[in-house]
Design a binder for this molecule. Structure first.
Ligand SMILES: O=C(O)CCC(=O)C(=O)O
Ligand SMILES: [Fe+2]
Length: 253
């Protein structure tokens, strides 16, 4: 099965790689439309829909930093303001062994392309059994609250768009702003304009979510938003702590 449309997206060429690298550097996000083949999307979506009932929904609240609350700060401080994340997910060990997602994740040409575009020397899977490939599900009314990612980059692919809602919204360079707490307040209060990133099933999305505050709005309508996260590290041997595994997956192995 062809995984990537290399006719439209010549990922092995220096010219294409530098164009993507420049665009990511400039915008903090890169959407490569129809990057994956229709067969790959169709197979992965069918596998994902079959496993939706296995998804773990933490139904948790968290702050934008994904850290525990800080009792030494005021209630309104950004470390104590809670947002809701109600989407669910399945972990790497629930993705079928013959899934085309595994072929993409492990593909040398794809990894070399990511290294070039992300400007990193090495790319490695997670050392734990749960984190490398995840499928996220947001049925009607479910969302992902405002947060900064712990990792410096994210690689995702939408498999199914909801009829409405499920919009990816972001504000670049918030973490690094000297007025970071005020910026967070106004974003959480909904008093400033935010940007949104449009992408469709089959698009490859690269996003620098470490410094950009971002969220996904609640799904509207009965079609579940389904999205794949390909999670990598630029160092070998990195796994999530048992407390992080428990929070994200409701289990540690
Ligand atoms: O669902 C998305 O499009 C983004 C997911 C995300 O921000 C995350 O998993 O940290
Ligand atoms: Fe994120």
């Amino acid at each position: 099965m062809q995984l990537i449309d290399t006719g439209t997206h010549p990922i092995a060429t220096d010219e294409y790689r530098s164009r993507c690298r420049a665009a990511l550097r400039q915008h903090g996000a890169l959407v490569l439309e129809q990057f994956f083949s229709p067969e790959m999307i169709e197979r992965s979506l069918a596998d994902a829909v079959e496993r939706e009932s296995l998804a773990f929904f933490a139904d948790s609240t968290h702050n934008v930093w994904l850290t525990p609350p800080d009792p030494s700060r005021s209630e309104g401080h950004s470390s104590n303001r809670q947002v809701v994340s109600s989407k669910g997910l399945i972990a790497d060990d629930q993705v079928p062994t013959d899934s085309p997602l595994r072929n993409v994740y492990g593909d040398d040409a794809f990894r070399a392309f990511l290294c070039a575009v992300l400007d990193i020397d090495e790319i490695h899977p997670y050392a734990d059994d749960l984190s490398s490939i995840n499928v996220h599900y947001a049925p009607e009314g479910r969302e992902l609250g405002w947060h900064f990612d712990n990792s410096s980059f994210a690689v995702t692919m939408l498999l199914q768009a909801p009829v409405a809602g499920g919009r990816f919204e972001y504000v670049p360079n918030v973490r690094t702003d000297p007025a970071v707490h005020d910026r967070i307040d106004s974003i959480l209060d909904g008093s400033v304009a935010v940007e949104s990133l449009a992408f469709a099933p089959g698009d490859l999305v690269l996003f620098r979510g470490h410094d950009a505050l971002h969220r996904v709005t609640p799904t509207e309508g009965t079609t579940t938003r389904v999205l794949v996260v390909f999670a990598y590290n630029d160092r070998p041997g990195v796994g999530l702590s048992t407390s992080a595994l428990q929070t994200f997956y409701g289990r540690v192995d």
